[in-house]
Write a protein that binds this ligand. Structure first.
Ligand SMILES: Nc1ncnc2c1ncn2[C@@H]1O[C@H](COP(=O)(O)OP(=O)(O)O)[C@@H](O)[C@H]1O
Ligand SMILES: [Mg+2]
Length: 396
């Protein structure tokens, strides 16, 4: 039987470039090479699409070491970087390409090109192992839709909605999912009248509050403001990253911090939830350093919840997945008030960290689905989704 050709997209222009290298290295290591012909495709930080023979090292599983704590940018654990320095350019033309049946690799830069499709990637399905901007936000998904290539994960709408903390909240509210109180401020409104904007926040919320750029990830641009003095600088910081700023009621109040519960969801039209897990950040909150640099944050699987709390979290996770029209996979994150036990949905991540030691796959492993099988299932779901979409007609 002909092997399925799977393109693994990694790197990319986002701030989570290095995290993506780690995730992709894990996927390349674990994917069943008896079933799949794997085509690693790196995207540089500048946005060039590359592939290289050198990528074979990744396929052969020559990881210098197992990723430990998702150490962002650590060259020791990011061999994919080689593809990005020595690769040959490839493109995905934004037009459906007749897929080749043989094992024709994509063609290189050499020679005059008549059409962009002359050096098109020839794959059956793509796994965009990309996090954050231009990877998890619907943009890559849009390109793959135009090219008519099946892909793993959420579509354009689900990705875009799951990326935007303001839109996501509107969808959660509409679905009756509990979230913390929040205020969304436009950067332009802040610049025009910052006192008015601050008043708006203080009318609705009590300190401490969390200030976030609406569209980003990895805690970049997020701060906790404990009082009015800290609110201005926190908003200024978030405003560097987006034109929309979300200010939220801090869970846990002044004295304690929120408990952080996460749940993995898998599926298309009938999604299922994993056993929930819990993160105990080493810092006051789970900021960038605590996520990727400092060791000591703990993952607790399963989360320390009662049976009914567990069931509640799983139900909410599936509802959140459906509320943003997600497909394939998502990690749904919750904040729990440590005193009252009340649970709020914090966010959904449509392409969560995906190294073998990341929360998303670990929760599935704990639920009985191993890492390689998880990759199989995701590829299958991507192909099913594409086939389902093929049933649509676009005109009468
Ligand atoms: N409303 C909140 N109350 C308490 N802690 C919060 C709140 N919002 C965010 N945090 C803390 O900040 C971290 C990052 O926020 P999050 O919204 O998950 O952003 P990102 O998309 O960058 O992961 C969370 O993991 C948590 O530690
Ligand atoms: Mg988060």
């Amino acid at each position: 039987m002909k092997k399925l050709r799977v393109g693994i997209l990694f790197g990319g222009r986002s701030g989570e470039h290095e995290v993506s290298l780690l995730s992709a290295a894990s996927v390349l290591n674990a994917i069943d090479k008896n079933k799949y012909e794997v085509v690693p495709i790196g995207i540089t930080k500048e946005g060039r699409w590359l592939t290289a023979e050198h990528a074979q090292n990744l396929l052969a599983g020559k990881l210098t070491q197992e990723p430990r704590n998702l150490r962002a940018g650590d060259p020791q654990t990011t061999p994919g970087a080689a593809v990005l320095t020595r690769g040959e350019a490839v493109v995905v033309p934004p037009e459906p390409v007749q897929r080749q049946s043989g094992l024709v690799p994509f063609q290189s830069d050499a020679g005059p090109l008549r059409r962009s499709s002359d050096r098109a990637i020839d794959v059956d399905v793509i796994f965009p192992v990309l996090h954050g901007t231009f990877g998890e936000d619907g943009t890559i998904q849009g390109l793959l839709e135009l090219a008519d290539i099946p892909y793993v994960g959420a579509g354009v709408l689900g990705s875009a909605a799951g990326m935007d903390k303001d839109i996501m909240k509107s969808l959660f509210i509409a679905a009756g999912i509990p979230i913390v109180k929040h205020v969304t401020i436009l950067r332009s409104a802040w610049e025009k009248d910052s006192r008015k904007a601050a008043r708006l926040v203080e009318q609705k919320l009590k300190y401490p509050v969390f200030v976030k750029p609406a569209n980003l990830g990895s805690s970049v641009g997020i701060s906790k403001a404990h009082d009015r003095k800290e609110l201005g600088p926190a908003i200024e910081e978030a405003a560097k990253f987006d034109r929309k700023i979300v200010v939220e009621q801090g869970v846990g109040g002044k004295k304690s911090k929120a408990r952080e519960i996460e749940c993995s969801v898998l599926g298309n039209d009938e999604p299922v939830a994993s056993i929930p897990g819990e993160i105990v950040p080493i810092k006051e909150f789970y900021d960038y350093d605590a996520k990727y640099l400092d060791e000591g944050s703990q993952l607790i699987i399963p989360a320390r919840l009662t049976k009914s709390q567990t069931k509640g979290v799983q139900e909410l996770a599936v509802r959140a997945f459906q509320a943003v029209d997600c497909t394939g996979l998502a990690r749904v994150d919750f904040l729990m008030d440590p005193k009252t036990g009340k649970i709020f949905l914090n966010e959904i991540n449509t392409m969560p960290g995906f190294t073998s030691i990341s929360m998303y796959p670990k929760l599935w492993a704990a639920s009985g689905l191993g890492y390689s099988q998880l990759i199989d299932r995701l590829i299958q779901l991507g192909i099913e989704r594409h086939a389902d979409k093929k049933k649509n007609q676009y005109s009468r």
